[in-house]
Design a protein around this ligand. Structure first.
Ligand code: F6R
Length: 611
């Protein structure tokens, strides 16, 4: 979950500043972890390492970093796993002689054995991390007479666990060595500079071509070349592996917005339009056939992607009468014995790297099921390993809290459902109208963004001092309520619980007293009984905010809601995709009102590559 960047540039490329490349790259990787940051550069005076706890901005305010000039350097932004966030535990880590520096993302499972062995060989460790063993192992094999790359490969072959590693060595100062197993790593190819990084957003400004490394691959970059081989030494022809990057620097810049999260919320009309037109150009016929013939459909995902999957599963059942089950990917074992040949498992993931989702899909494949990936990152491991891929093309999502990818995931799943409905000619489902409703989502999203800002801010002012809130809905409203509650929890640090509104009187209502905030999501389809739930909450003097279609604001909704977010008249499918938007805004403005940085929620990282 850490972020890595390394670059090797030509000596005469005066337009490329080492400090700028590292700073911009690390800032774009900060979403992967921001406990601490560090860099190591090979300067004409040898290896320079600067690292500390805190943000990338803090690191780059140090005078010793600003004067660094180097053509080869690595950087790291950390999300702590082994060893608390501290200066000594920050990466890069060096060997005893400080001639080798490494940065690592992942977990080295056998580090205790390796550390013990290296200590008996006289190596002295400076950190509590699992990663530091890598630098000392390389040193160990070099001392045994190996050349730097051979020593690097030998060291990598001894590691167990997950890793993306970059290493620099002052005895071979024009190269960055790299290795990948499980944790993502990409090579960026520019004219004057080559990169190795966890994410293409770190180098998109300078490189427009990319190679996605596979597990078990090692190699090196130099300013002129990229070399990749398998860990057992078989050279790999890279020509067929190079892809063009279709995102631009604007896609990863905050622009005029104070936070990435707000930018991405506001971008939703565009992201939805992109996803819709991308789906229209994809040949989904094989995927639709697999789904039609599936013995059973499972949808696996985590966090926000799981909430979108719940919406998808309800849509399969409700519109098509097809049994589909959404599962939290880390809980896949609950059903894994039941998964068989003939089943289809859909993995939904923004990053395409979430380890729990990846492992669930791997297990499903082993059992003979077909796998379909719905991902935003088309260069991801989940995309590469699945039988079929549906890229959403919502554009890079940088803020830790997922927003535009939730609406794009919802649109994608409803699109598949509409396509299946079209092929099956289901009597009571008008597939054409359904598709029209899906298509309308981007216009309506725009309208919602224009009309709900002030009311979202007012609700945020109400929530700012609260400890707890309920988010309630029925049927399709439940996953939307769950997603709204997750947003409030993760960025505004307010305990928010979502559950089906009908469950209130089976326990949760016991917590409700005067002014307890309850947010109702009223979709206006299969959820008319929510009126009774609103009354029950009001009878306990709860403070009620209700999201409701403007043409359905009557009865208890009108009478007992303290505030109503009136949503524009729109078809059901549009409502399912867009009703999350005011909830995203409420969470965002609450975090801002509390003086928190919504882009950097504590303890969280955007890409979760540890189990
Ligand atoms: C919440 C959030 C996380 C992710 C989850 C899955 O705002 O961002 O809950 O949704 O970690 O990530 P992906 O979709 O990349 O698999």
């Amino acid at each position: 979950m850490c972020g890595i960047i390394g670059f090797a540039k030509k000596g005469d490329s005066t337009s490329l500043s080492c400090v700028e490349i590292l700073k911009q790259g690390l800032k774009r990787l900060e979403y992967r972890g921001y406990d601490s940051a560090g860099i190591a550069a090979l300067t004409k005076n040898g290896m320079v390492v600067v690292k500390d706890v805190g943000t990338v901005d803090k690191l780059f305010s140090y005078p010793e970093i600003q004067s660094i000039e180097a053509n080869v350097a690595i950087g790291h932004t950390r999300w702590a796993t082994h060893g608390r966030p501290s200066k000594i535990n920050a990466h890069p880590h060096t060997d005893c002689e400080k001639g080798i520096a490494i940065a690592h993302n992942g977990i080295i499972e056998n580090y205790i054995d390796l550390k013990r062995f290296l200590s008996t060989e006289g190596h002295v460790f400076s950190s509590e991390t699992d990663s530091e063993v890598i630098a000392h192992l390389i040193e160990h094999f070099k001392k045994a007479g190996m050349k730097p790359f051979e020593a690097f490969k030998k060291a990598v072959s001894m590691l167990r666990g997950s890793y993306a590693i970059v290493a620099i060595d002052s005895s071979e100062p024009d190269k960055i060595f790299f290795a990948r197993n499980v944790s993502p790593l990409l090579i960026g190819i520019g004219e004057e500079v080559k990169f190795v990084s966890s994410d293409l957003t770190a180098f998109i400004k300078y490189a427009k071509r990319v190679i996605v490394l596979k597990d078990g691959e090692v190699g090196y970059i130099s300013p002129e070349s990229v070399h990749i081989e398998s860990i057992d030494g078989i050279a790999i022809d890279i020509s067929s592996r190079i892809s063009s990057i279709d995102a631009s620097i604007q896609d990863v810049d905050k622009g005029e917005y104070p936070h990435y999260m707000l930018k991405e919320i506001m971008e939703q009309p565009y992201a939805l339009a992109q996803t819709f037109s991308s789906l229209q150009t994809q040949d989904l016929s094989d995927i639709l056939r697999e789904l039609e013939n599936a013995r059973r459909i499972y949808i696996v995902a985590a966090g926000t992607s799981y909430h979108a999957s719940l919406l998808g599963a309800i849509s399969f059942k409700r519109f098509l009468g097809i049994e589909a089950e959404a599962l939290i990917s880390s809980e896949f074992r609950v059903v894994s014995r039941a998964v068989k040949w003939g089943d289809v498992v859909i993995g939904v993931s923004q990053s395409g790297e979430t380890i729990d989702t990846l492992l669930a899909l791997r297990e499903a494949r082993e059992k003979g099921a077909k796998t379909i990936a719905i991902v935003n990152n088309q260069f991801s491991t989940i995309a590469r390993e699945s039988d079929y891929v549906i890229p959403m093309r919502a554009g890079p999502e940088i803020a830790v809290a997922a927003t535009k990818t939730f609406t794009s995931q919802a649109l994608t799943m409803l699109y598949i459902v509409a396509k299946l409905a079209e092929r099956a000619s289901i009597i009571d489902v008008d597939a054409k109208a359904m598709m029209q409703g899906i298509k309308m989502s981007y216009e309506i999203a725009e309208n919602i963004l224009n009309t709900t800002q002030d009311i979202a801010k007012a609700i945020a002012r109400k929530l700012v001092d609260k400890q707890s809130a309920y988010y309630l809905g029925r049927v399709f409203g439940v996953p939307i309520a769950m997603e709204g509650a997750l947003k409030l929890k993760e960025i505004a640090y307010i305990h928010a619980e979502a559950y089906p509104a009908g469950e209130s009187k089976h326990g949760p209502i016991a917590l409700v007293e005067k002014d307890f905030p309850v947010v109702f999501v009223y979709i206006g389809f299969l959820d008319e009984h929510i009126e009774g739930n609103i009354e029950e909450m009001k009878a306990r003097e709860a403070w009620i905010a209700t999201i409701a279609p403007e043409n359905m604001v009557h009865g208890s909704v009108a009478r007992y809601s303290d505030t109503i977010i009136k949503m524009p008249r729109a078809p059901l499918e549009t409502r399912l995709i867009t009703y999350i938007i005011p909830l995203q805004l409420i969470a965002y403005y609450t975090a801002v009102a509390k003086g928190l940085d919504p882009d950097k929620p504590r303890n969280l990282a955007k890409t979760v590559t540890v189990i």
